[in-house]
Design a protein around this ligand. Structure first.
Ligand code: KIV
Length: 288
């Protein structure tokens, strides 16, 4: 299978559900690369699930950059979307192009931008400079303090209208898809029907054109916060624990490593070493 393109993603709208998962490292990306995953999002959820930071807005350019490069190295098929960290565009929107170009030059195929008051300016600037942009509306974790916390967005007329407007603005500016996070399914369906580009839902019901989840949630690796929309497909956290318990047991009971898991040297070399060792021991003795 050849590398998925932006046009492939747009073409899937209304025909085939789009799959996106987050990923943050080389080894997981290698596994994801064996599957039919349309887009891999190097999400700023890295802050929470990998770096243990309390807010996504605290992740740095360098942290996102290093993880993105590792994921991009392992990815041959999926489109690699980089979640632009807060410091690279919300802090000073004028710097967004500089950072986005750095990410694109080093392996990202597209940039995701969360909605905020200067979002149209940033999206316009990036698209004018031929950078593919994915929008993100609804619950936008980088500015969660302005949204009254981790709450479903767009539940009333004003809130819903705002989100519809944001989706329309993003579409008009030329984004190739929009993540809709934590909004009522009816609103997500309405937006999906009324934009020509794909919507990717997370906590937005089944009518979106695609779905995204955080990889560490799907695999039961991150247990601190588990929103209602998360489905744990396999709790590998528990399996990892079991495997490591076996390792601890084997080391304590001298069952690991076996001779087959060890390297050996030729007997002749070993005997030579013994001679040298004897000589050096004798030398040390004579000094005393
Ligand atoms: O960073 C993230 O994990 C996201 C979600 C939309 C999946 O932005």
């Amino acid at each position: 299978m050849s590398k998925i393109t932006i046009n492939d993603i747009i073409f899937k709208k209304g025909k085939e559900k789009i799959i996106m998962l987050t990923c943050y490292d080389y080894s997981f990306a290698k596994i994801l690369d064996t599957l039919n995953i349309d887009m891999i999002l190097v999400g700023d959820s890295l802050a929470n699930v990998v770096l243990g930071l309390p807010q996504t807005r605290l992740v740095s350019f360098k942290e996102m950059f290093n993880h993105m490069v590792a994921v991009a190295k392992a990815t041959t098929k999926s489109l690699v979307v980089l979640d632009m960290p807060y410091v690279c565009y919300q802090k000073d929107p004028k710097k967004s192009l500089y950072y986005a170009e750095k990410f694109l030059k080093s392996g990202a195929d597209a940039i995701k931008i969360e909605w905020f008051n200067r979002c149209p300016y940033v999206v316009k600037t990036l698209i004018k400079n031929k950078i593919p942009v994915m929008g993100h509306i609804g619950l936008t974790p980088q500015t969660v303090h302005l949204l009254g916390g981790f709450k479903v967005q767009g539940k009333d007329l004003i809130g819903a209208r705002n989100l519809i407007n944001q989706a329309k603005i993003l579409e008009d500016l030329g984004v190739f898809s929009i993540v809709c996070e934590c909004i009522p399914w009816q609103l997500a369906r309405f937006i999906t029907k009324n934009v020509k580009i794909p919507t990717i839902g997370i906590g937005a019901g089944k009518y979106c054109d695609g779905q995204v989840l955080v990889l560490y949630d799907v695999l039961g690796l991150y247990k601190e916060k588990r929103p209602k929309f998360v489905r744990v497909y396999k709790d590998i956290g528990e399996e990892i624990k079991k495997a490591l318990e076996y390792f601890i047991f084997d080391v304590k009971n001298k069952k690991f490593p076996t001779i087959d898991e060890s390297f050996s040297m030729k007997n002749k070399e070993w005997l030579n070493l013994l001679k040298v060792k004897d000589a050096s021991i004798k030398k040390q003795h004579s000094k005393i």
